[in-house]
Write a protein that binds this ligand. Structure first.
Ligand code: ZN
Length: 339
């Protein structure tokens, strides 16, 4: 009997993304990158001109021993505010390397800084994100962990107890020609703008690390903005076909028309030649391993063309949809020459 799966497969097989990486010279690469970046930003919903002042406000400050945990609020879009945890090592040089840590689905940024959903210190399981912002501050980085739209303190009232708190916001944005991915990327760049206003942050040594939906945000933001000097993408790298288009994912993963323009490794490939570490669990059920390898093969072609193969690293670890950190923390320290 006829089956819709066959139709979908056929439909997908007929698509050749217009900006699939094919460059054979560095000059080809440069024009490919320019074209794809421009198109990518348009599809994300664009970056509004004349964004308002960040107006940073300190919300709290907690002494955590070796570091301070502050929470600030930034104005990202006009009238839209984002809380950000800042982990500040007490012993830091005048100019310190920084990392923006992006959480995935769950209860938001608290999960990265060692807190439960209600704000108490975690005592039991660390969860799939393994407090990675805390691990990074212990390595000497200034860490910023933004609360992504639709999570934690940034949920719609109706979604307070929703199993997936960002679905309704995401569909709303799609209906008005915007995308959740685009909003999160712009807010991420605003967080970067903020770090650049700080005297204690070294502007040339700012990286980002994100997991799952946060891996999307970290990689997409760095793909369009060269101010990120190094990137760790955890639990996200794949092909669109093998993961996002074949497995049930939150609607915040979808950018209308994007698959007509590029595949995921093309987009992540825009980060090249800057240092990039791909972290992936061999048993991750929603970002399957064979397609991680396929994506990294493509990334390797891009890095090779730019004579930067040593700056692309893969940590394929025994594990599921989770942070590893086994390679990532030391790698970031090395490539960002942290204090
Ligand atoms: Zn979502």
């Amino acid at each position: 009997m006829w089956h819709p799966n066959e139709y979908m497969e056929k439909l997908y097989a007929g698509i050749t993304p217009a900006e699939c990486f094919q460059a054979e010279t560095q000059q080809d690469w440069r024009s490919w990158r320019e074209r794809l970046r421009k198109r990518f930003v348009e599809l994300l919903g664009g970056i509004p001109k004349g964004l308002p002042e960040l107006e940073p406000v300190l919300l709290e400050s907690v002494d955590c021993g070796a570091y301070l945990r502050q929470r600030i609020q930034l104005q990202t879009y006009a009238g839209l505010f984002m809380p950000v945890y800042l982990l500040l090592p007490k012993e830091r040089k005048e100019r310190t390397a920084a990392v923006i840590a992006c959480h995935g689905h769950g209860y938001g940024s608290k999960d990265l800084v060692g807190l439960t959903a209600t704000g108490e210190e975690k005592t039991g399981e660390v969860g799939y994100q393994k407090n990675f912002a805390v691990e990074l501050v212990k390595k000497g980085f200034i860490v910023a962990a933004p609360e992504l739209l639709g999570f934690g303190d940034r949920k719609l009232t109706e979604d307070a107890d929703a199993a997936n708190s960002c679905k309704r916001l995401s569909t709303f944005l799609l209906a008005i020609g915007q995308t959740m991915a685009g909003y999160r990327v712009v807010e991420m760049l605003r967080c970067l703008d903020y770090l650049l206003t700080r005297d204690d942050v070294d502007a040339d040594r700012i990286g980002t690390m994100g997991i799952s939906g946060g891996g999307l945000v970290s990689s997409f933001a760095a793909a369009i903005d060269d101010r990120f000097a190094a990137v760790v993408v955890s639990g996200y790298t794949n092909t669109f076909h093998a993961s996002i288009l074949s497995i049930d994912h939150c609607v915040d993963n979808y950018v209308p028309g994007l698959s007509l323009v590029a595949d995921m490794p093309d987009l992540i490939g825009l980060i090249a030649p800057r240092p990039l570490l791909i972290e992936a669990g061999t048993r991750d059920p929603i970002f399957p391993e064979p397609a991680v390898r396929e994506a990294v093969d493509k990334l390797r072609r891009i890095y090779r063309l730019l004579a930067a193969e040593d700056d692309l690293e893969l940590d394929l670890f025994e594990g599921g949809h989770e942070i590893s950190g086994q390679v990532a923390y030391d790698w970031l320290q090395r490539v960002l020459a942290a204090d």
